[in-house]
Write a protein that binds this ligand. Structure first.
Ligand SMILES: [Zn+2]
Length: 243
């Protein structure tokens, strides 16, 4: 987890030379984690996994597990700036003044962060192929090493976005998994840090793309045997990789 930004005393004394935006960034204890937040958002956005108004991210504050940073609602994601990222507590209370509101899917993010103390980051995306996999009710098959690592893709049914029920259902499904697809909606991935949640999101979308393409070609894909899947999972354990 990136360390908090500490402003050296001599820097505080000479703050006059900084612009108001630079001063805000220098005085923000979450400058580093917000930078990583935006880099991950940019990566997901460039791949079409987060769309202008679809998908959102939350990350636990490095200095306080009872606080989180979340994406605002109604902001075009490509142009999201550090000062638009909102700091809230795990009950959803805003901890700073802002003209923005937390994403409408905040209840799901917070239900996950409350239920899983081991989780520090939640990435929610609207991936085209993973969503198609869910709505077409395709069978999850170990078509690649990545697919063998992911093992299976749990699916829960659509519930009203932002409802308490939606949070309970998704957090419940994530009690024994780090990822779940909401049918007719999108994907939630949680994990120890933003890079994990983003990387597994990318991995799941690539697997689903392979499965959807096989379906579109009308072929039954040749899958890895149970022995090979077991071998891959054993190799993962020896490399301390937990997907
Ligand atoms: Zn969504």
């Amino acid at each position: 987890m990136p360390a908090l930004t500490v402003i050296p005393e001599n820097r505080l004394e000479s703050m006059d030379k900084y612009s108001s935006l630079e001063k805000r960034e220098l005085m923000d204890p979450y400058t580093d984690i917000k930078k990583e937040f935006l880099e991950i958002k940019d990566d997901l956005y460039s791949k079409g996994l987060i769309t202008p108004f679809g998908g959102n991210i939350s990350v636990r504050c490095p200095d306080d597990p009872g606080k989180a940073l979340v994406t605002p609602s109604g902001v075009y994601k490509k142009f999201l700036t550090p000062d638009q990222i909102l700091c809230i507590d795990l009950q959803g209370k805003m901890l700073e003044d802002s003209p923005y509101k937390p994403t409408s899917e905040t209840p799901i993010h917070l239900a996950i962060l409350r239920a899983r103390p081991d989780v520090n980051a939640v990435v929610h995306t609207h991936p085209v192929y993973a969503t198609a996999f869910g709505v077409a009710d395709l069978e999850y098959l170990p078509i690649t090493g990545d697919a063998a690592m992911v093992r299976e893709l749990p699916i829960v049914e659509w519930t009203r976005t932002g409802s308490v029920e939606s949070g309970e259902i998704v957090a419940g499904a994530l009690s024994n998994s780090n990822y779940v697809l909401i049918r007719n909606h999108g994907l939630f991935v949680c994990g120890p840090h933003l890079q994990y949640a983003s990387g597994v999101t990318d991995m799941i979308e690539a697997i689903c793309k392979g499965l959807v393409l096989c379906k579109m070609m009308g072929v039954n894909p040749r899958v890895l045997s149970a022995e090979k899947v077991a071998l891959i999972q054993e190799m993962m354990k020896s490399h301390l990789i937990q997907i």
